[in-house]
Design a protein around this ligand. Structure first.
Ligand SMILES: [Ca+2]
Ligand SMILES: [Ca+2]
Length: 218
């Protein structure tokens, strides 16, 4: 009897542990070690290619919004076949982005008000609101970026990196790498009170089983 209760309580603890830690999402192939597996690509005058362990987005001749797009969680057509469900621990989206100029584009007049730029969009699979998480000018010197996702836990989303080719007279490219979801701090996750109570009860059952065995043996 005691052993049966012990087994049931152990199963309950495992279920609670899994329910608390199984919901964090993860970016598939965010380090682009060998290819662009896990990502969908769309281009409109630009290009997206795997290059030496990163994803290389480039603008092309003329200017076009969203000249090259790399997206995960959606195929680019908002069908959301494989959205990322953000859960506890998905506190930040972090990535590296290194920009390089491709020089003058003779098809651009340079009359535009904006430089080529990379936009990072969060698209919500359930129409709870799409969000422009970041807009990074191609002339920036920064290479590492961290975006808080605290407001979007529980949402099913797609992340879309979109390189815009503005009429600035130039073409640009950006190497994306190390795209990942990170927890704010791995040392500050409190144990839910219900889980603590179950663990305490489990130790009580173990003690009773040991005592019962000792009685049988004596
Ligand atoms: Ca261009
Ligand atoms: Ca341009």
């Amino acid at each position: 009897m005691f052993k049966k209760r012990l087994l049931l309580s152990t199963v309950a603890i495992l279920a609670i542990l899994l329910s608390n830690f199984a919901f964090a999402a993860s970016i598939v192939n965010g380090n682009f070690n060998t290819d662009l597996t896990g990502w969908d690509v769309l281009t409109n005058g630009g290009s997206v290619q795997w290059d030496a362990g990163s994803a290389m987005l480039s603008t092309g001749s003329g200017d076009a919004p969203y000249s090259s797009v790399l997206v995960q969680g959606d195929d680019g057509n908002f069908s959301f076949n494989n959205p990322l469900l953000l859960g506890p621990g998905d506190d930040f989206l972090k990535f590296d982005a290194s920009f390089l100029s491709l020089g003058a584009d003779a098809q651009e007049t340079g009359a535009g008000l904006f430089a080529d730029n990379l936009q990072l969009w969060l698209y919500d699979a359930n129409n709870l609101g799409d969000v422009l998480l970041a807009e990074i000018d191609a002339l920036t010197n920064a290479t590492s970026f961290s975006i808080s996702l605290a407001s979007y836990i529980g949402h099913s989303v797609a992340f879309s990196f979109e390189l815009n080719d503005e009429n600035d007279g130039l073409d640009s490219k950006v190497a994306l790498d190390n795209i990942r979801l990170e927890q704010a701090s791995i040392n500050t996750v409190p144990l839910p009170s219900t889980l603590l109570l179950v663990i305490i009860g489990w130790f009580g059952l173990v003690r009773n089983v040991v005592r019962a065995d000792q009685k049988v043996q004596s």
